[in-house]
Design a protein around this ligand. Sequence first.
Ligand SMILES: [Zn+2]
Length: 332
Amino acid sequence: MHSSSSPSSSPSSSPSSSPSSSLSGLTPSLAAELGLADLHRHLDGSLRPSTVAELAAARGVAVPADLAFAPGMGLSAALSRFAFTLSLLRDPASVTRVASELCEDAAAEGVTTLEIRFAPQLHVGAGIEAIIDAALAGLDGRAGLILCGLYGEPPGVLSSLVEAAASRPGVVGIDLAGGPGPTSVFGLTDYAPAFARAADLGLGRTVHAGEGRPAQEIAEAIDLLQAQRIGHGTTLLDSPLVLDKVLKRRVLIEACLTSNLHTGAIAALSAHPLPRWLTHGVAACVCTDNTLLSATDAPSELALAAALPGMTEAFLRQIIACGHRGAFVRRT
Ligand SMILES: [Zn+2]
């Protein structure tokens, strides 16, 4: 567990030696040497384009021309794209297929530590337990499975996911995904009982937080939901108090660079705070979020990180190591 290991930041890893322009060329050899980790990859956003075409054809529907994300489209527009992929993934067989293909694709990218996440309750062709089992069958031990509750959802849904996870050791963690809506009646505190139960069961906890929203949300995810990892967290440095909390609790930030550009959480890739987090000693890894919708993969995200102003080889090594160390290990 990442919580038992400390971020290996030190004065020697502050920005210095290598200009970032030379680092992108280094990432293939780093990937080969260390293996890549991807802890934040959504099943319903990471289908193969060929599989989307096949599943759509089998259902007699056309693939929308604007399915892919575009820079600055905003989070709610991005989230709306999942309606189509989910329409292709209602039944257990398609979930198993896509979960299996995800593992094959990640392995081909050089990913050796992989976690896949999804919200079983959105796959409406079967009950949540059958859908979870379908995903686990597809993963076949090659990746940990994280179950996602959704912002705004009645807390009982997340509780039912946690209870389903109790008897399924292939489920390694839970998440709260999406984002708070303007009319949401449920806040983070309403999901606290489900997260507490997850902790009791030895499940890891991660939360989509601070994705362009106030940094206080990151603090609440840690304090109210016992989050060990935070998805995105782009606003972390807006608050010294929240930064201090992340450092003290050794919370790992799952950085998703292309996704952040698409949702508008960052204005430009060069503005991504990842190098500054590392300078402060924050544990951070690089993840894909959605390989289909953001048209990316693990090596591409590492290369983007390498090109950020202030990045160093030491930081890149740290990013990869944090990803491997941060994987949820089911405590039974
Ligand atoms: Zn995500």
